[in-house]
Design a binder for this molecule. Structure first.
Ligand SMILES: NC(=O)c1ccc[n+]([C@@H]2O[C@H](COP(=O)([O-])OP(=O)(O)OC[C@H]3O[C@@H](n4cnc5c(N)ncnc54)[C@H](OP(=O)(O)O)[C@@H]3O)[C@@H](O)[C@H]2O)c1
Length: 379
């Protein structure tokens, strides 16, 4: 077989260097003999994408490379939240197509960027992600997240339980600790607090997953909690520590609000609505008229609400968890409380079938009634 040296050897005639012209057939022979580096195929992984017609597709997607402060996660369990189906049904929060949704998961660290210090390969973690980064959508086998949003899982909790922390758990925690400025350290009620000095938190939608976390965090911080739920979830809500559970079945929001006011009087200083515009409006009407009070309308889409001067309507923006590195403290503290059993994760219903089960799961939470349980999918 000819080599390059054979073909390119030179003859010197009177100081003129002449290269012999190789024949076409010789060139072909050489061309096939030179080892051409074949680019290795870019690694891919499975993802559940949404196409421009707002339909789900299971496809292979390129596995992105990591920035120095980023972590690559191998998804173990994804949590399904109402925001996931609302995003597709109402066509928002998908900057381009095909898009990848999913905002919470538990995972194992697959790889870390060169500057990452807080987690290492093989560690069990959970995260809450921001919709603007397609690489961070949790409905895929490999997820890229910024280091400060990747939180180690306490040994005592399972991947299934940790999958509910990223959306509902963290929303409740940040609403209370960041936006309501409720103390993160434990403050139990004592007998020395007289009835007139009690401070109440109202959770309208006490059996919602977010409500279950919010009740426990408010109780931890020393508030008396009034929660609204149905008769069938009453027991669960009361077991989580709510001091008063108001049964909503067959009643109007205005009627329920009357009962709330009769309990909390002028001492309801915090309120969260997890249901919708009507209950949010009634919730605000239950708040104290003389103390400073705060109210968070968390149901999506958030309704516009009028409030008296002493009531601050807080705008809970969960993207702040990703945009503001300081917010990591709330996730770490939440995980600590869950690890210690001081805050309980909701009951989970596990779908074992992987990414292909996500769409059916989302339909189930949209149309069905989860009765206070959280739907998660093992990947
Ligand atoms: N802004 C954010 O960042 C954020 C984060 C998390 C959730 N959310 C929103 O919060 C809402 C709740 O979501 P989630 O995932 O926590 O809970 P969820 O699992 O969707 O809550 C379902 C439960 O709501 C209860 N419910 C239904 N109608 C009610 C009513 N009229 N009054 C009181 N409770 C009622 C039902 O329990 P009972 O029949 O037992 O009452 C039902 O089991 C959704 O709108 C979601 O999009 C927003």
């Amino acid at each position: 077989m000819a080599t390059i040296t054979e073909i390119q050897h030179v003859r010197t005639i009177d100081h003129i260097i002449i290269k012999p012209q190789p024949s076409i057939s010789k060139l072909r022979e050489v061309a096939t003999s030179i080892p051409v580096p074949i680019p290795s195929p870019q690694p891919t992984h499975k993802a559940l994408t949404v196409n421009e017609h707002f339909q789900y597709e299971l496809s292979d997607t390129a596995t992105p490379s990591l920035g120095e402060h980023e972590v690559l996660l191998r998804t173990k369990v994804v949590g399904l939240a109402p925001i996931d189906w609302k995003t597709v049904q109402y066509k928002f929060c998908m900057p381009s197509f095909p898009w990848i949704n999913g905002r919470e998961c538990s995972a194992v660290v697959e790889q870390v960027g060169t500057a990452v210090k807080s987690v290492s390969k093989g560690q069990r973690v959970w995260t809450s992600t921001y919709y603007r980064d397609r690489r961070a959508g949790c409905f895929q086998e490999l997820v890229v997240a910024p280091e400060h949003t990747v939180i180690p899982m306490p040994n005592s909790i399972s991947f299934d339980d940790a999958a509910s922390l990223g959306v509902c758990g963290l929303t409740a925690a940040m609403t209370m600790w960041k936006w309501f400025d409720v103390p993160m350290r434990r403050r139990r009620l004592t007998r020395s607090i007289s009835i007139k000095d009690r401070r109440y938190a109202l959770i309208w939608g006490g059996s919602t997953i977010t409500g279950q976390y919010a009740i426990q965090i408010a109780v931890e911080a020393g508030y008396r909690v009034i929660a609204v739920a149905s008769g069938r979830t009453r027991r669960r809500v009361s077991d989580l520590g709510a001091h008063h559970v108001i049964i909503r079945d067959g009643r109007t929001p205005a009627d329920i609000a009357d009962e709330i006011r009769s309990i909390g009087k002028d001492n309801i200083v915090l309120g969260i609505d997890l249901v919708g515009p009507q209950t949010a409006t009634q919730g605000v009407s239950c708040l104290s008229k003389s103390h400073p009070a705060r109210f968070a309308p968390l149901a999506v889409p958030a309704p516009p609400i009028a409030a008296p001067a002493n009531v601050e309507i807080v705008n809970v923006e969960m993207k702040q968890f990703v945009l503001d590195r300081e917010s990591r403290q709330y996730a770490v503290h939440l995980a600590d409380l869950v690890g210690q059993g001081r805050v309980k994760a909701p009951k989970v219903i596990v779908l074992p079938g992987g990414l292909q089960e996500v769409e059916a799961g989302l339909t189930r939470i949209r149309t069905g009634d989860m009765g206070g349980s959280k739907l998660v999918v093992r990947i």
